[in-house]
Design a binder for this molecule. Structure first.
Ligand code: PGA
Length: 318
């Protein structure tokens, strides 16, 4: 392994993540033969095959999986080293890695733009996925911090409340229940329902409500995206439950009715969380301070202005 280069490990990690040399090549702006050559040299250095091809599908071998896990640790350490050096220099620069639940898509990208303009040296990587995946990343210590709604009872986390995330019941505007008030939960439960995928926090919250009534939702369709659910609701396939923020842009169109159902909205909050004891980098701390300071602005769904954002100076941590 002495001759293995960081570059080879980077190429390998991307090929392993996508299980595709072509995708790794695209992301790294390399040609596919270059990636194949790098992987050939790496395989030789390791002394065992790293990938195997079954039909058209590429798989990691056991050695490949072990190497992939090591790569994740190595790159995470290197990222931390980079941040630690930037912190020592008192610089607000370096990588900031965040994972957030899909419901935050409706405000996070909008508010990070002024932050990035103010701190151009910050390289931000933000991925949106569902609740279950966020926990996986949390346990693998993949990011600086994580944004989600449901706090676990069994894991010690440091949590900062960011914003309310009410879950509402929606239907097309011409739905028979649209004009009703005080709709009993039992009546709501009869309707064909469009459900988020398993692993979604929105789904989990709704299932807990159904459990409270000892009932089962009448699921007509399962979809892994809030946007697809909105389209399916508009198409008349059923009703659903989404974050109120997910329909903010459609609010004035009159396309959706927010159903006035017993026990709704389901009260939720977004939290920024990280493991207890984790030392945030200066950049992560600054971004967290920014999120907390801009809370009123996010809640009012206004567009922040780069010139107006406050200076979230934070001294380097000892
Ligand atoms: P999710 O988001 O449904 O995409 O998991 C839930 C949440 O807001 O925590």
């Amino acid at each position: 392994m002495q001759n293995v280069t960081l570059h080879q490990l980077r190429v390998f990690a991307l090929a392993a993540e996508h299980l595709s040399f072509t995708k790794a090549a695209e992301e790294l702006f390399l040609t596919q033969p270059t990636v194949s050559m790098q992987m050939k040299q790496l395989t030789k250095a390791v002394g065992l095959p790293l990938f195997e091809q079954v039909g058209k599908q590429l798989y990691l071998t056991q050695a490949g999986e072990i190497l992939y896990e090591s790569c994740q640790r190595v790159f995470s350490e290197l990222g931390e080293l980079e941040s630690a050096i930037a912190d020592l220099k008192g610089l607000k620069q370096g990588k900031l890695k965040l994972s957030a639940v899909t419901t935050t898509k409706y405000f996070l990208p909008r508010i990070i733009s002024p932050f990035c303009q103010k701190y151009p040296g910050v390289e931000l990587s933000l991925r949106f996925t569902n609740h279950q995946r966020i926990w996986q990343y949390f346990h693998e210590n993949q990011d600086d911090f994580y944004i989600l709604s449901q706090l676990p009872a069994h894991v010690d986390v440091t949590a900062h409340k960011i914003l309310e995330n009410p879950l509402i019941a929606i239907a097309p505007a011409d739905h028979p229940l649209a004009q009703e008030t005080d709709i009993p939960f039992e009546r709501f439960a009869e309707e064909p329902f469009i459900m988020r995928e398993s692993g979604s926090g929105t789904r989990q919250a709704l299932e807990e409500l159904f459990q409270k009534y000892k009932m089962q939702p009448n699921v007509r369709l399962e979809l892994g995206s809030n946007e697809a659910i909105k389209q399916a609701v508009l198409g008349g396939l059923g009703i659903s439950v989404l974050s109120k923020h997910a329909i903010a842009l459609e609010q004035d169109t009159g396309w959706f009715a927010i159903l006035n159902v017993q026990d709704f909205p389901i009260k939720h909050h977004w939290y920024a969380i990280y493991p207890v004891g984790k030392k945030l980098s200066v950049v992560a701390r600054t971004f967290l301070d920014y999120l907390e300071a801009e809370r009123p602005l996010i809640a009012n769904e206004k567009k922040p202005n780069a010139k107006e954002i406050k200076n979230h100076e934070h001294p380097p941590q000892p």
